[in-house]
Write a protein that binds this ligand. Sequence first.
Ligand code: ADP
Ligand code: MG
Length: 774
Amino acid sequence: MTKAIGIDLGTTNSVVGIKKLETDIIRNAEGDDLTPSVVGFQKKKGLFGSSQFIVGRPALDWMRQDPENTIVSVKRLMGRHFKDEDVQKALKEKHYPYTILALSSGSLHSVAVLLDGKEYTPEQISSKILEKIKKDCKKELGEAVEYAVVTVPAYFNDKQKHATRIAAAQAGLKVQRLLPEPTAAAISFGVDTLAEGEANTILVFDLGGGTFDISILTIVDGRFIEQGKGGDMWMGGDDIDVIIRDYVYRQTELENEIDDLSGLIEQLPTAEKNRFTADLKNKVETAKVRLSAQDSAFVEILGLLKDEDGDIVDIEVELSRTCFEALLEPFVDKCVELTRKIVESIDFEPDLIDKVIMVGGSSGIPIIVRRIEEIFGRDKILVHPRPMLAIAEGAAILAHRLADYYECPGCGQNVSKSDKSCENCDFDLMKNLANTGVVDIVHTTSHDYYLELEDGSGDLLVEKNTPLPFKTQGTFKLMSNEQRLAHFKFYNRVNDDQESIGDLWLAFDDPKEGLKPDQDSDKKRSTVQLDFEIDINNIIHVSAGLTEQDEVRASRTLSRGLADEKLFLNLEHAINEVNEAKNGFYVNIDFLHRAVGIARTINGVIDPDTGEESDAAILEAERQQQVARELVEKEGAVMGEIYYAEAFIHGYGHLLEKNNQERLQAKIQHLKDKNDRGSATSILAASDALNDEINKHGALLAVTDLDNAASLASVENPAKAPRYEKYHRDVHEALLKGETERFQRLMSEIMPEVNGFLNKQSKKELHISKGIQK
Ligand code: ADP
Ligand code: MG
């Protein structure tokens, strides 16, 4: 295994660490510990310039020029629906100058951002950040990194975790583990190093740039058990910056006797306004950071802003620590209140908390630390000397622990994960691991998981707070024996709302076979078996098969919002529409077999290993859906026609002249080719051509009808079957012997009845069932 790193993929900043003997933060190409989680797009300039993505500090600088093409805080959008409260809030309150929209090619609700007019998913943007991290690590370490522990907020749901995993895969990183940020923080402080049987309850206070996360964990024997989580997803250092900025505005207005400073800024030409706003944000943030260590700081922007008369308005505001703390009071009060609330919510007293770990950049602010100390007592508070680095350090420690090889703490030689002691220096690795390592992290499900049944009710598969990994099995009944499709619809229940998490479609058999009435009792299908599995990373694997025919099986990893979901939804709608339309039997049979093919195609849209979408499969599924829809509209029953023509050739072809035989074969083949690849129009044209050809053989066709009626009757109306079979035998004999008169007599006796029977058959309704029941 190559080097394994720990990555804190933060909303504002990303940090990467590596543990050898000590845990180190790896500097990026700019020489910084922090890589701003910002991605910009620089358009081609001049003849030889090229368009490129820029990430980190350069992108943050780029924001001054082109805020609309600079993506910040993409973590907020990861794994979210377009309609999510958070996304809508970001849109409505115009949090970001870039464009957020619903992904046009994804499932109905996926989110995308625009860079230079092109849509990117949050995963793609995140992967750009991870790509830079990976590249910079290689430069700094002199060796490629391949494996990483990536941290995610404790509140991240399955979709958000999945999106993070996809982002890492796209950046070419193999994720050893997605680690909750509070757990990473605990690991970095070593508060998990306890004697056997001893338990520690810790509160992790993580106040970052845009989010405030509080978690309470109990650690016992290397297991991390989540007790509660809370905070505010829209609270952090950015808000403090706004508080300072507003103060700076007010002071400047007072000093310069201006009524509306923000109005003046609005009036600046766009380029200048962008520069001014970015400069101000920068200076305000610098002043804030200074105030954590010093008694006062300055915000100064000279010569950029003019008033109505064209006179320069300089910004020159001094801010003392005392003044800053007074301004911050409401903000700090809210932090304190949220912290108390989470402790209460799990029926705890502050006394029961053993340690409070303060991480995230904004935990560097002394007034915040003091107020938290007041709740829990000073001796319990642990503040990281550089609180922004703690989480990456914890991730690095776990990455190291999970690596196949790691360095012996005794002598630094490589030892294998399975070694009990070091070959080189005899160091007791097992004992060391138990004392210092993370033995196990207990992840639990954050929601209930259900399977939707035909009657609309939900079958509970997994309960909230179930430890992961988790596996369950269930047996479900099909709605009918003739069913060719089973649709498994999975959903979460989140605050009483049903949130779809994906579908599995099981298609049963070869489309051709299904045109014949099912006579083979061995192939009875009545129940399906479902395996449902959530792995340690919250990835859901589902697999279903026919109980009676285990080789008929479909398996997949739920993709959560990729293109296949939209395709599945279209298929579901199309089937429902066809069922309501009351088409003829053969039209529906035709559609059913197309639906089976479509389900199979969609099952191949997502690569099970990389999670990538196959454009070819998406296009093919779309073609098939389009064809199926148009054929239903035009009452095409092409599958039936092919089957009929082939039965005709098989039974009576030898009675035709050779060139007629060949022409018929060619027309069948042509129709099959079109059916496999063509549009609905070309399929219908080929079908007309085949019809014209086959209709030339009227008498023999009638015999084929008789033959078909006989086998249909054996299933549908067994009393009639022997009579049709007898006639068929006699007719066939007359035909072979060339007894024209007898042939015609027999046919005129039986065909009116046969035609009536077949006609009735073609008008029968066929409901396409896809549901399952308990
Ligand atoms: P995130 O987890 O959201 O990526 P970080 O933990 O990196 O965020 O914290 C970034 C925030 O911390 C920014 O708002 C930054 O201004 C603030 N910050 C960093 N250092 C200090 C400091 N010494 N004092 C006050 N705020 C700080
Ligand atoms: Mg963070």
